[in-house]
Design a protein around this ligand. Structure first.
Ligand code: UD1
Ligand code: MG
Length: 455
């Protein structure tokens, strides 16, 4: 037998059917997210890294889950489990993918998102070592809900679901993580022999162990850390999985040369890209799709999603970068500034209280405090174009579509409704009127009126 997993053909069946009723949510369990990415997408990414082909089993009518599979793993085949009759029944929904044959059949759960690719490889190695079934076990702090692994020395004899376990079996600390590898040439024979004689009248994948042993095959358990294999059945477990993922992402960022003085307060997404020498101050949230180039600083209480930040830029404190915000090198975006679907050129600054939406701003421009791009007329969004070196005075409204030429000035408090040529000055506000002595006359008139007794 060849013991190198890379030369063995592998099929991974990802189980993603089932409503996840204990989540108490209208969203299917596997589309709940950690690190801004669905549980299903995490598992598909891991399976993709481990290699081989994959088949995903989804529930009936779950177009949303099917779409999520296509988006993350376009090569995966999708099967529908018409009725939810247990994990073995779910694997057999992918029979058409299993029948052509493979060396290793891996079964993974879409509700177990933190597994690493090398752990899948470890399971496959156990098959290469002559076992027909290899199961991943762990010792959770709270065993409730998990199947218990019944062993004799290194041998795995059976898995008992909690609902079917007696008191002595419930006391077993080694639990089933849910992941399993089956020898491809006997997998269907094993799966087809699994019955539904149990408390839930379901076809349990876990029974593959006892069935395989009855057929004269060996089964083995490999241990993993709880943080890698914790399953998500409740909102509480979802939050725990998120915490584990966040610790991993922060550790990877620190290893890559990112400075974070309070990493435990920084919330990252699975796809956050932070270059070396980026500084993240405490309490920053990164939604999906953010990349930050070298030497940039993200100051406290900023919220970023779908944004690119150039080298040496400074963002925040209290800045909001929304999808499509593209900041070039050395841009400064300060407190209470919101940027959406806008490019800001090299060295430009918007330091205080501004909304920049659907805009293109050149290099070296200055956007004064309180500047608003009025991009929405209630029906359509319109573009604002601001040229290199333009200076927008404070508290101006730029009513889009509008262009401010390079080097132009906009006077403070202007409402700009027509284009401003390059190097021009535009002032769009009521002219100031000064009335000498008016205040004194007004006060005198009022105090005289007070002294005169009413008739
Ligand atoms: C399962 C295991 C249990 C293990 C635990 C680890 C079984 C019978 N039990 O229990 O031993 O300790 O995982 O987290 O395997 N699914 C389907 N179709 C079905 C049923 C389930 O696709 O008919 C999918 C679910 O979407 C989920 C996965 O299979 O992704 C596991 O199902 P779940 O109901 O969460 O099983 P657990 O009770 O967690
Ligand atoms: Mg589960």
């Amino acid at each position: 037998m060849n013991s190198s997993p890379s030369s063995r053909r592998c099929l991974t069946v990802v189980l993603a059917a089932g409503e996840g009723t204990r989540m108490r949510s209208s969203r299917p369990k596997v589309l709940h997210a950690i690190g801004g990415r669905s549980l299903l997408a995490h598992v598909l990414a891991t399976v993709g890294e481990a290699g081989g082909t994959s088949a995903v089993v989804i529930g009936p009518g779950r177009d949303d889950v099917a779409a999520a599979v296509r988006a993350t793993a376009p090569d995966a085949s999708v099967f529908v489990q018409a009725e939810r009759r247990g994990t073995a029944h779910a694997v057999l929904a992918a029979r058409a993918a299993i029948e052509p044959g493979c060396d290793d059949l891996l079964v993974v759960f879409a509700d177990t998102p933190l597994v690493r690719p090398q752990t899948l490889t470890r399971l496959r190695m156990a098959l290469a070592d002559g076992n027909a079934v290899a199961v991943l076990g762990f010792r959770p702090a709270d065993r409730s809900g998990y199947g218990r692994l019944i062993t004799a020395g290194a041998r795995l004899l059976a898995i008992r679901e909690e609902k079917d376990a007696g008191e002595a079996e419930k006391a077993i600390t080694l639990c089933n993580a849910g992941l399993m590898a089956l020898r491809g040439d006997v997998a269907l024979a094993i799966l087809d022999r699994i019955g539904d004689d149990n408390a839930k009248h379901e076809f349990y994948l876990t029974d593959a162990v006892a069935v395989a042993r009855k057929m004269g095959f060996e089964a083995v358990v490999l241990e993993a850390e709880e943080d890698e294999v914790r399953g998500v059945n409740t909102q509480g477990q979802l939050a725990e999985a998120e915490a584990v993922l966040q610790r991993r992402l922060r550790a990877a960022a620190l290893d890559a040369g990112v400075t974070m003085v309070a990493p435990e307060t920084v919330h990252l997404s699975a796809d956050t890209r932070l270059a070396a020498d980026v500084t993240i101050e405490p309490y920053v949230v990164f939604g999906p799709g953010v990349s930050i180039e070298a030497g940039a600083t993200i100051r406290s209480f900023s919220h970023l999603e779908g944004a690119q930040v150039g080298a040496g830029a400074i963002v925040g404190p209290y800045a909001r970068l929304r999808p499509g915000a593209q900041l070039a090198e050395r841009v400064h975006v300060g407190n209470f500034v919101e940027v959406k679907a806008s490019e800001i050129g090299v060295g430009s600054k918007a330091n205080h209280l501004a909304y920049i939406g659907d805009s293109s701003i050149g290099a070296g421009a200055n956007i004064g405090a309180g500047t608003i791009t009025c991009n929405y007329d209630g029906i359509h969004k319109h573009k604002t174009d601001i040229g290199d070196g333009a200076f927008i005075g404070s508290n101006s409204s730029l009513v889009a579509p509008v262009k401010i030429g390079a080097g132009a000035y906009v006077g403070s408090g202007s409402v700009i409704t027509t284009d401003v040529p390059a190097d021009a000055l535009a002032i769009g506000r009521g002219r100031q009127v000064v009335k000498e002595g008016f205040g004194a006359r007004l006060r005198k008139g009022k105090s005289d009126a007070k002294k005169t007794p009413a008739p």
